[in-house]
Design a protein around this ligand. Structure first.
Ligand code: NAD
Length: 362
């Protein structure tokens, strides 16, 4: 048995966590689930949205499947998702974007993986507010030491890009490509403009690439990359990007394959990995047995591959793909008409997936 933490989340979280658990168990993967709570509901009961026991469980097991968690706006605690990523140093965000027959999209045959750096760049949270003393001090210093001037009434966000973080994320992208039998890594940047941050990113990318002669390497400027992804997505395989471009391009790629309902993801570090859907907790659908469980189930497929349960992962992915392709036992969002009365609920879609897994076993 392999121990995996199951974080049930809030909103639609508990329903889709149960859905993913049932599907994974049906593959015979032999997972021993360590169920842990996080989110607004546990906050109301125990006074914290992220109990220590949950973090300890993830640290102990090293692998978690996590349902979405609400980040209340203006209610005094920071995003638990961000907290988990920072405290466990989950430096790589992995987003496979793959076309499945039956998912409505303008594109077919897409099979890309976006690898986003999670810790640096403009998302490092190093910010200085307009009008504050610290900000004025920084502006004065820059105006004295740089030929370019910053106006007094500016706010400032800092964009750090280091050799250390770039090297580990680019290496992660190449290692992932190798493990998954992928052929090419594309490093994305704006090095023509930001020479000392994105320029460094590109330089380090090229150095790391030399150590992987079996994998093709190329680089693209981010604006060109966006256009190419829309025009010729089939040219790309694994794409590695700094934090901000990674955030934008991973949603662009999710859009290419039919949107958030089918977009799985993972945040991975040296000591722990958390697998989770890209979408949020959709509170308006809580407890209605209505939403699409696909993204979290496909995150479970990624989790099975991560723990080297490849046959079980293939079995589950094939079953999900089969149910979607048939288009019968799918939730409302996968129907051409979202009010189609023939749409099934979350648990009925799961029943259909489990039945397909059974079919393939026999
Ligand atoms: P959301 O992804 O929850 O919802 C966006 C839209 O997609 C809504 O119309 C929703 O009903 C629909 N939707 C989402 N998941 C669906 C599913 N599985 N099947 C069918 N329809 C689905 O985004 P939001 O409304 O911006 O965020 C809600 C909460 O989730 C916020 O508090 C946000 O901070 C949080 N959030 C959490 C995570 C996470 O835990 N990783 C990620 C994103 C957002």
């Amino acid at each position: 048995m392999t121990n995996v933490t199951l974080v049930t989340g809030d909103g639609i979280g508990p329903e889709i966590a149960e859905a993913a658990r049932r599907c994974i168990d049906a593959t015979g993967a032999g997972i021993n689930w360590d169920v842990a709570e996080a989110g607004v509901e546990v906050m109301e009961r125990v006074g914290t949205p992220l109990p220590d026991a949950t973090v300890e469980s993830i640290k102990k097991n090293g692998v978690a499947l996590k349902a979405p968690i609400t980040t209340p706006v203006g209610k005094g605690y920071r995003s638990i998702n961000v907290h988990l990523r920072q405290s466990l140093d989950l430096y790589a965000c992995l987003r496979p974007c793959k076309s499945y027959k039956g998912v409505r999209s303008r594109y077919t045959d897409i099979d890309l993986v976006v690898v986003r750096e999670n810790t640096e760049d403009l998302y490092a949270g190093i910010e200085f507010q307009k009008g504050k003393d610290d900000t004025a001090e920084i502006i004065n210093w820059i105006n004295e030491h740089s030929s370019r001037k910053i106006t007094e009434d500016s706010g400032i966000s800092i964009k750090p890009i280091s050799v250390t973080a770039t090297e580990r994320i680019v290496r992660f992208a190449f290692d992932y490509a190798r493990k998954m039998g992928r052929k090419k890594v594309t490093s994305v940047h704006k090095a023509n403009i930001m020479k000392f941050s994105d320029g460094l990113w590109l330089e380090v990318s090229r150095e790391v690439a030399k150590q992987y002669p079996d994998i093709e390497f190329e680089d693209r400027i981010v604006d060109n990359m966006c256009m190419q992804l829309i025009q010729k997505p089939e040219l790309y395989d694994v794409i590695v990007l700094p934090n901000l471009y990674g955030d934008i391009v991973s949603d662009l790629c999710a859009g290419l394959v039919g949107g958030l309902g089918v977009a799985p993801g993972a945040n991975i570090g040296e000591k722990a990995a958390i697998f989770e859907a890209t979408h949020g907790s959709a509170p308006k659908y809580k407890g209605q047995n209505k939403v699409n469980p696909t993204a979290l189930i496909l995150s479970g497929v990624m989790m099975l591959r991560h723990i080297d349960k490849t046959a079980e992962a293939d079995k589950l992915e094939n079953a999900v793909a089969g149910v979607i392709a048939e288009g019968k036992s799918v939730t409302y969002d996968m129907k051409p008409d979202r009010n189609d009365p023939a749409a099934v609920g979350t648990s009925q879609m799961v029943d259909a997936i489990i039945e397909k897994i059974g079919t393939r076993i026999s």
